[in-house]
Design a protein around this ligand. Sequence first.
Ligand SMILES: [Zn+2]
Length: 206
Amino acid sequence: MYLKNKTAAFFTVLIFGLFGYILYQGLKPPVSVIIQAGHEGRTCGNTGAVCRTDKEVEWNILVANEAARQLKAWGIDVKRVPADTGLERAKIAVAVHFDAAKHICHSGASVGYPDNNASFTFAQRWKSLYKPYFPFGWHTDNFTDNLKNYYAYREIRTEKFLVLELGEITCKKQAEWLRPRRKKIAQLIAYTIAIELGKEVKKPAL
Ligand SMILES: [Zn+2]
């Protein structure tokens, strides 16, 4: 009898605990911004492009960290996440990538987003800021399946999600242009996000 009561009490606590956890997850307010460094933390599968001594994942981390730092400096709550996140919620999510191409120098910058108007409009804002700066080619939006159906669209619940391909690191000319400008580009990403959130911040000098 004593043992039975103990078991019943254990399961009651467990069930209430689980219920409470689910409720907490559901009611937890989303962060304003999630910044993902593409491929970060992956040891197999899609680990990102590598060309000469340049590793895409390292570039992604550098840019994601700087964008997050700048947003925090502007008083915006940010969560920096790696490639595999589990379920997350945010108003805005941005994934940072650099592209690789089989036919080198045939790629460039591009942007991907899920099929909704809010993301589409946000993407056009990003392009209006990065296009005049980035002196190489652009693809049409969502030009690959990976951009159109990015796996993290299902893991990170957001109003607006962008996957940024910032340039082609397999193209020497582009890599040489990008390398010294990665922090500037990160600040431009942060600026685009801040404006999208309705914050009045100063546009970074490029
Ligand atoms: Zn990538």
